[in-house]
Design a protein around this ligand. Structure first.
Ligand SMILES: Cc1cc2nc3c(=O)[nH]c(=O)nc-3n(C[C@H](O)[C@H](O)[C@H](O)COP(=O)(O)O)c2cc1C
Length: 328
């Protein structure tokens, strides 16, 4: 049985069904390009506020930009109002996004207070109207990303999938954890499987995919694709590794030295994209994902986060690489 296949979402077909998850502060243009090189079939941008776009916030506007090298890409928007969602979806389309995703799974309080993110799961009429507004506004496919449940009392996966389908979404991503669990705990893959059986649109399974085994469980449950979040940070080549493993090949784990080299390449991309100050600052936030699993890693991280320039970082990494074994 072949698990890796093209992922058809409405009128668009991604070359494979391993998808990079949207992650605020992480899945920006430089990281998305790296994950495409690492074998992702589709990459998702960090969520952008439809409200902020409506008021012309320049930072949010920049977050919608699509670079030539980063297709296929899905732009994620969040909001609570039909007009601003429609406008944001149009902007994403104008910027060159291949599809637009509506966030209805984020559990962050500030977002929920504004009526967006996972609280939309409680108001199906409103969520349906928001999806419809986006679908009417654009020609590219519209997708929904939500969760299997808000809490441990009631599963909503099937309801969400049916709602997405009837409102015109071309696919749904289900994070297989309840909103109350944020990102912790094992994914409830059966709940996603029930949703797969209930709808015709593709269902993308997400949550805890760290290796080929978990990816396979989602695909065997009926998912058209799987979405990988944190396991791709620190290992953007996880997509091609999982593909190879699912095709029966043995894949050696990445060494700390290889991870550090890829991290340096990403920092260089960040500096080229944002300029040195912002590029280095953004890179620092994910240091824990990259500089780990070798003796003295904590000390190297502590030194790294105090550095402000690319030449200083390269000097530190050269020193560390010199002392690290290059093979597993
Ligand atoms: C730092 C971080 C930022 C995230 N930002 C977003 C976001 O902007 N939009 C979204 O839909 N999900 C966001 N998520 C959730 C991920 O897309 C994904 O659903 C979650 O991490 C579970 O997948 P994983 O277990 O493979 O990491 C974020 C997760 C993390 C860790």
């Amino acid at each position: 049985m072949s698990f890796i296949k093209p992922l058809k979402i409405g009128t668009f077909t991604a070359p494979n069904n391993l998808v990079l998850a949207p992650m605020a502060g992480i899945t920006d243009t430089p990281f998305r390009i790296l994950c495409l090189k690492g074998g992702a079939g589709l990459v998702c941008a960090e969520m952008v506020s439809a409200h902020a776009l409506h008021y012309g916030n320049p930072r949010s506007g920049r977050m919608l930009q699509v670079a030539a090298k980063e297709h296929p890409v899905s732009m994620q928007i969040f909001g609570a109002d039909e007009q601003t969602i429609a406008k944001a979806a149009r902007q994403a389309q104008e910027q060159g996004a291949d599809m637009v995703d509506l966030n209805a799974g984020c559990p962050v309080k500030k977002i929920n207070k504004a009526g967006a993110g996972c609280v939309l799961m409680k108001d199906e009429l409103k969520l349906g109207r928001l999806i419809e507004a986006a679908v009417k506004a654009v020609q590219i496919p519209v997708t929904l990303k939500t969760r299997i449940a808000l809490n441990h009392k009631e599963l909503l996966a099937v309801r969400m999938a049916k709602l997405a389908q009837s409102a015109g979404a071309s696919a749904i991503t289900l994070h297989a954890r309840a909103a109350v669990d944020v990102h912790a705990g094992a994914p409830l893959i059966e709940a996603v499987g029930e949703a797969c059986a209930a709808v015709q649109i593709p269902v993308i399974g997400n949550g805890g995919v760290q290796n080929a085994e978990v990816a396979k469980q989602f695909l065997q449950a009926g998912c058209a694709g799987v979405m990988i979040g944190r396991a791709a940070v620190g290992n953007p080549f996880i997509f091609q590794q999982i593909q190879a493993q699912l095709e029966g090949q043995a894949v050696p784990p990445m060494t700390p030295a290889q991870r550090l080299q890829i991290y340096q390449a990403l920092i260089e991309e960040n500096v080229a994209y944002y300029g040195e100050r912002i590029g280095v600052n953004r890179s620092r936030k994910t240091a824990g994902y990259w500089i780990n699993n070798f003796p003295g890693a904590a000390e190297v991280r502590a030194r790294f986060v105090r550095l402000d320039t690319l030449p200083e970082i390269k000097k530190l990494f050269a020193e560390v690489l010199n002392n690290l074994p290059q093979t597993p």
